[in-house]
Design a protein around this ligand. Structure first.
Ligand code: PLP
Length: 408
């Protein structure tokens, strides 16, 4: 197959026969929720990450909200949050009644600028949330040192960081809690789903209770009489069901292979894109850190900075799916602009990454030939926009089967 006939979606759920059989087995039985698969998925996740405790949730957003709640965030509390992340990281603070205080990125990796943490603190600051942006670990030793100095909690948003380690410890286990996403384009999928990991039993117990209304007996078998329980906390329904968990159990078995393929794809794409003039690659390696290689973000530099639409449209015409992580710095989203009145020129590094980057796929659905086509597609598109031989602005219709929407 040549590049001209390929379809290279940004992400594709890797669902095989084992996943299908596991789901059918759940559907053939009587237990769709509160069952053994959620426990098995939690155990497999804990074993892979080395987490003392793992609690499955309905999504990463749910896990984040439960983490902040368990850590006591309420009205009047500030939480430091990166400007360059998915809105879920900040919305979960707002949903607890707290206020996200945004911190700009550092330019090399897109991760939160740790040097700015102390400058953004107030008397109301209760904690700090970090995001391992695109899977590149944040330097957690530095974050923890700042947090300890000021008595702050630390939440790690690991939505893109399954497989990331920092100083040999899996992402999510450095701070008080780490939250993962299993949305279909992530490292593994349960369709929708999330997981909270922690070394703190008190947080795990509290989150397990709050994900199920605040019921005092968190498993059906603990109830002496079916339907009898008390409620001693304000919780919601943030549970993962057995169908998703069955998918998760099977996906965990394949995770080492998925990660190896991502790493190989990422390295090949880096090799091919490094010599390309006009783009800058975010740094994703460090001696002591292992990235999960969620995707490859390339930043368009002058004179290509305002040509992103054209480049993306050309890639789409070649069947190459792309995404943007993330469309705007969070403080520039309408909700946060309207509520806190941020200046459009604020958070310049996050704005540069949001405004000029293109996320390219490296997932396990792709092989070396696909990666070669992506690199060739990027080179061609850049050459075309440089010479002006492309009419700008209109997204082509694209080709190939409809792909899993990357709705980030
Ligand atoms: C950094 C980050 N946090 C949180 C989320 C939300 O995850 P979920 O859809 O599982 O709630 C995402 C989604 O892509 C994300 O990228």
């Amino acid at each position: 197959m040549t590049c001209d006939t390929r379809s290279i979606p940004f992400g594709r759920p890797m669902i095989g026969e084992a996943e299908k059989a596991a789901v059918l087995e759940v559907l053939s039985g009587p237990i769709l929720t509160h069952g053994p698969r959620v426990k098995a998925f939690e155990a497999a996740f804990a074993s892979f990450t080395g987490a003392p405790h793992a609690v499955a949730t309905a999504s990463c957003t749910a896990a984040l909200q439960l983490a902040y709640t368990a850590l006591g965030v309420r009205a009047g509390d500030d939480v430091l949050v990166p400007a360059q992340t998915h809105v879920a990281t900040a919305h979960a603070v707002e949903l607890c009644g707290g206020t996200p205080v945004f911190v700009d990125s550092e330019p090399e990796t897109g991760n939160i600028d740790i040097a700015q943490l102390e400058t953004r603190m107030t008397a109301r600051t209760k904690g700090v949330a970090v995001v391992h942006y695109l899977g590149m670990p944040v330097d957690m030793a530095r974050v923890l040192a700042v947090a300890r100095r000021h008595g702050l909690f630390v939440v790690e948003d690991c939505a893109l960081a399954l497989g990331s380690t920092c100083n040999g410890v899996h992402a999510g286990l450095h701070g008080d809690a780490g939250c993962f996403s299993f949305y279909p384009v992530k490292h593994i999928t349960t369709a929708e789903g999330g997981m909270l990991i922690t070394g703190r039993r008190d947080i795990a117990d509290q989150v397990a209770k709050l994900r199920a209304f605040g019921i005092d007996r968190n498993i059906v078998s603990e109830r002496a009489m079916p339907g009898m329980y008390d409620v001693d906390a304000l919780g919601g329904n943030f549970r993962l069901n057995e169908i998703g968990a069955a998918l998760g159990v099977e996906q965990m078995k394949r995770l080492p292979d998925f990660l190896a393929r991502r790493r190989a794809n990422y390295r090949l794409l880096t090799e091919k894109l490094e010599p390309v003039k006009g783009v800058r690659l975010l740094r994703s390696t460090h001696r002591e850190f292992q990235s999960s290689y969620y995707c490859h973000a390339v930043l368009l530099e002058e004179p290509l900075r305002d040509k992103r639409r054209e480049v993306i449209a050309m890639l789409k015409e070649k069947g190459i799916g792309t995404s943007i992580y993330y469309p705007r710095p969070l403080p520039h989203l309408s909700y946060y602009m309207a509520k806190y009145g941020f200046d459009a020129a604020s958070f310049p590094v996050a704005a540069e990454i949001s405004g000029c980057s293109i996320a390219l796929p490296v997932g396990p659905h792709l092989g070396a030939e696909d990666i070669t086509c992506i690199a060739a597609g990027v080179e061609d598109a850049i050459a075309a926009v440089k010479t002006g031989s492309v009419s700008g602005g209109s997204h082509g219709a694209g080709r190939g089967p409809s792909q899993q929407e990357d709705r980030t």
